[in-house]
Design a protein around this ligand. Structure first.
Ligand code: CP3
Length: 344
């Protein structure tokens, strides 16, 4: 049943127990990841299909999760677009020439997946072969707003001043940037599905920085267009928004099959707002994994009870797993999800 649990839940179909995977399930909290990462940069790891495939598979056995997620990053498309990107230790992504004006946007190149990120497609093919149907593989991309946030700010930001200035003072420039990114994301995701990704997730990490009316006007049309452009693929489309609580009405209209929700709102309240037909993914507070196994289990039970009010539920954290979490606690969480949801 492990092979079909995740995809069945995405479609709101019956499952033997609640499927579970974690955002950032491959990464620094795993010693086997740190070993492969040592002596090379993060982007070198992403660009080496054999190594990226190995990292993708690392959490599958150790954690017994019900889906694999491609090891890559939302920012790998920047190079092809002509936006120079570096990951600086301790600082995260750094874009040395941030996009600030109309000329910067018109200089952007068209993203061509086979040409600019062939290593992503090769990794997907390798992972599918190695998984041999054990669990499905999720492909992903960043949503246009989150990508624009990094490209315009030049990296991680506190207040997103440059991004918001562009949105409000140069709305046409911002719109051109969002349209360009939306086209790139659409072809990136389509290529991943064609290479073998069995579900696609759009990450909108920074959706929560906007007022709902600004999200609706400046962001939603582009995320909607991406999802609509992928409809013919017949793979489940998951939309994750961080800060979902303030945007529920808008998120409900995106056209996603599954809504990924962060931990700041209970899933029951999402169902109350959007109706019992929704399929939800989430949303344990990631810091709960610092607690004892008994406490983790009690919080897993709470999330399962809330998730049971939706048509389908895929258990996940409300955001990525922290790099200093004990992998043993993650395994305890996964086991608790399976055990508690099978007995109810
Ligand atoms: O979930 C997975 O296991 C798949 C791999 C994955 C990574 N990044 C690997 C990664 C996924 C799905 C992402 C998505 C991503 N990347 C998002 C959206 C989700 C989120 O976390 O909000 C964002 C905003 C990024 C951009 C990004 N990548 C930042 C800001 C950073 C630096 C912060 C950090 O955690 O180090 C990264 C680097 C990154 N992406 C690492 C990993 C495993 C750490 C790399 C390392 O130093 O080894």
């Amino acid at each position: 049943m492990r092979a079909t649990r995740f995809l069945n839940a995405c479609r709101g179909e019956p499952v033997d127990c609640t499927p579970v995977w974690l955002m950032r399930q491959a990464g620094r909290y795993l010693p086997e990841y740190r070993k492969l990462r040592s002596g090379r940069t993060f982007l070198e790891l992403c660009r080496d299909p054999a190594l990226a495939a190995e990292v993708t598979l690392q959490p599958i056995e150790r954690l017994e999760v019900d889906a694999a997620i491609l090891f890559s990053d939302i920012l790998v498309i920047f190079d092809g677009l002509g936006i120079p990107l570096e990951f600086v230790p301790g600082q995260g992504p750094v874009i040395s020439k941030p996009l600030r004006c109309a000329a910067d946007i018109s200089a952007l190149r068209t993203f061509v997946p086979e040409e600019h990120t062939p290593y992503v497609l090769e990794t997907i093919r390798l992972v599918r072969r190695e998984l041999d149907g054990q669990v499905p593989l999720i492909g992903f991309a960043g949503a246009p707003l989150t990508l624009a946030a990094y490209a315009v700010e030049g990296g991680t930001s506190k207040n997103f001043t440059h991004l918001k200035r562009m949105m409000f003072a140069q709305p046409d420039v911002f719109k051109d940037l969002m349209a360009h990114l939306a086209r790139a994301v659409s072809s990136h995701l389509r290529a991943q599905a064609e290479a073998g990704a069995q579900a696609l997730q759009l990450f909108d990490t920074w959706a929560g920085i906007l007022a709902p009316e600004d999200y609706a006007r400046h962001v939603m049309p582009f995320s909607c267009a991406i999802l609509a452009s992928l409809r013919d693929l017949e793979v489940p489309l998951i939309h994750y928004a961080n800060g979902a609580a303030a945007l529920l009405t808008e998120l409900g209209r995106l056209g996603a099959d599954v809504l990924g929700i962060d931990w700041r709102i209970g899933l029951r309240r999402v169902v109350e707002a959007l109706g019992p037909d929704v399929v939800l993914q989430g949303n344990l507070e990631p810091s709960v994994l610092y607690a004892s196994e008994e406490y983790i289990e009690s919080r897993v039970a709470d999330v399962l009870a809330e998730g049971a009010t939706a048509r389908g539920h895929i258990f996940n954290l409300g955001h990525g797993v922290h790099p200093d979490i004990d992998p043993g606690r993650v395994r305890a969480m996964v086991d608790a999800v399976h055990r508690l949801s099978a007995s109810t």
